[in-house]
Write a protein that binds this ligand. Sequence first.
Ligand code: ATP
Ligand code: MG
Length: 182
Amino acid sequence: MPDSTNRDKGLLIVYTGDGKGKTTAALGMVIRAIGYGWKVCIIQFIKGSWKYGELDGIKRLSPNVELNVMGEGFVGIIDDNKSFEEHRNAAKKALETSIEKMLSGLYELVILDELNVAVNLGLITQDELEELILRKPERLHLVITGRNARKWLIENADLVTEMKEIKHPFRKGILAQKGIDF
Ligand code: ATP
Ligand code: MG
């Protein structure tokens, strides 16, 4: 039942699934948030997962939106010359920054982009994920994106949307498009 006393409740929101639109959905929330003059903090867990379009676009929303590029690039991909330990340390730093930003009281909305991927790669443990969520301030809206969200996270979230791939141009051999994919 809707309850008007819940109006200021900060939500835990998860965008997951194999279809396109998880980060895009989070960015859509940023637009709505800054319409109210809110401050937003985005923490990117996998460095290199954001392209010039969104990086430059977000810069234009400064100082309402702060972007923290963390992580040590893609893990296990061809040009990955970092050790697991280095990736793990970078993810740990991103996690610490996330907690610090969440608890700072400066933001109404915090977005942890690709955190699910960092968890799946074993860079963030289940315990660390749980601790992070447990420390979310009551009024803060927290958005977590990335494929294969953990069952625990889904159970504990208030809003979960699964992007399901019906069609993606990549399947027809159409390469990533400027302004759409990067
Ligand atoms: P977007 O950033 O476009 O909202 P996303 O956050 O849902 O995508 P990610 O898993 O973060 O998806 O992947 C990022 C990149 O991979 C984007 O350039 C996106 O276009 C592309 N991508 C997303 N889903 C698919 C898919 N099903 N097939 C091929 N490429 C995809
Ligand atoms: Mg994404």
